[in-house]
Write a protein that binds this ligand. Sequence first.
Ligand code: DON
Length: 321
Amino acid sequence: DEEAARSSISTGELPEPSEVIVAVTEAYERFRANREGAVADYIPVLAEASPDWFGISVVGARGRSFEIGDVERTFSIQSVSKPFVFALVCEAVGDVDARRLLGVNSTGFPFDSLVAVELNLDRTMNPLVNAGAIAATSLVPGSTAEDKWDRVREGLSRFAGRELSFNERVYASESATNLRNQGIAHLLQSYGRLYFDPDEATDVYTRQCSLDVTVHDLAVMASTLANGGVNPVTGEAVVGPGVCRRVLAVMATAGLYELSGDWLYEVGVPGKSGVSGGIVTVAPGKGGLATFSPPLDVAGNSVRGQLVTKYLAERLGLNLF
Ligand code: DON
């Protein structure tokens, strides 16, 4: 309501730690019993996740953190990797070329397109949906797939502030079932929109999605984007502030797939979801929020994650607008 909205107007800082603790704890209790959504099963190993797993982490732009629930449990990063790989690519090739080569729009169709009505779910072109994300991975510097993979793993680890490990089982499970992504990569190659061998680019992309993280790692990664590219825990400059700005712009436009507009309307901060149940949210200058809860809605976004983030964006005054 109006009064609640007024009391949560952005101040440029997160509230006091004691307030953050109360708000995060209340969010956890409030949405814990929610039973909506379904755990992803199109990658066989992901179907083993429990719908009860649930964790929330907040890491401030100066490194203070608070978390609750399943905060030790690791899960594969999946699509949450995409903005961070885009950040590495933007840093390596520059934001002008990154935009030219990958696109940064939510639909890629003109305002009066009829085709968009039928096709835009499959044909959007930006680095946060699979086509653009595989193209972004293909642009990661390195002359071999191994070089590119090392660069992705090291880069994402610098965002997280610790060496991220690779989940062999998720990788094997997805590799055996990702004909669709291979198809996208070959199609992009036919249009001259892929910048490396399609099978190898898909393989590095699949590895990237199989990096294991905790909800705390995701919040540190988000907080690094909130802090102009400097990891607030390690103090390392991972990417420049101009790159962060571009990454956040693309997250605001496309971070929650076809529900990105609804997300921005309700939550008002850039976010990114993944099919294993993670969502990261970046409040520029303030910090990062991450949630982990495997049951997803029809678009592939964590149900509890969206509820918690919407609630906390209000309680913590994160909405940019
Ligand atoms: O490309 C895929 O199918 C997955 N490895 C990643 C997809 C994903 O996380 C989409 N999320 N909502």
